[in-house]
Write a protein that binds this ligand. Sequence first.
Ligand code: IMP
Ligand code: MG
Length: 167
Amino acid sequence: MKVKQLISATEISARVQEIGYEISESHDGPILLLSVLRGSFCFTADLMRVLPGDVEIGFISASSYEGFHNSEIIFHGSDMNNIEHKSVVIVEDIVDSGRTLDYLLSIISDLKPKSIKICALLNKASRRQQDLYLDYIGFEIGNRFVVGYGLDYDQKYRNLPYIGYLS
Ligand code: IMP
Ligand code: MG
């Protein structure tokens, strides 16, 4: 399969700078970036480096078996017991149907952080099945399966420095 470039590394980097600015403008205390594994690790790594203030990093993995009834959410590397004074920003690679984020949001809001915002690098709005508000969006894309910059197809292509689609 061939990968055709959709968004270049330069475009990604410029947009990440802008999102970092938007996030820091709308927060005044410490931020807990919660990166949804695995697809958003590249985006998170770049985003954290353009945020000037106090930033903590945590990772969440959500694996769903047979829908979301049996899905398992694991928090890695962040103390979620004391998040009342923290502003959480969930960092996602891509929002498709919105079901993953909708589920994560319900779990995280039960922990009662100071605030919760959603930051998605890519948005496939036309595929949405859940009513979700995304606070920060990198790029709107059409109904295409994309890879690169952390996103995979069958665990491949995560290492591409750009975002492309399979053809
Ligand atoms: P949702 O629950 O349908 O919104 O699915 C979101 C998750 O599906 C993302 O976090 C990705 O892991 C995966 N996903 C959805 N679309 C794509 C794509 O085009 N490329 C790679 N992964 C995708
Ligand atoms: Mg994902």
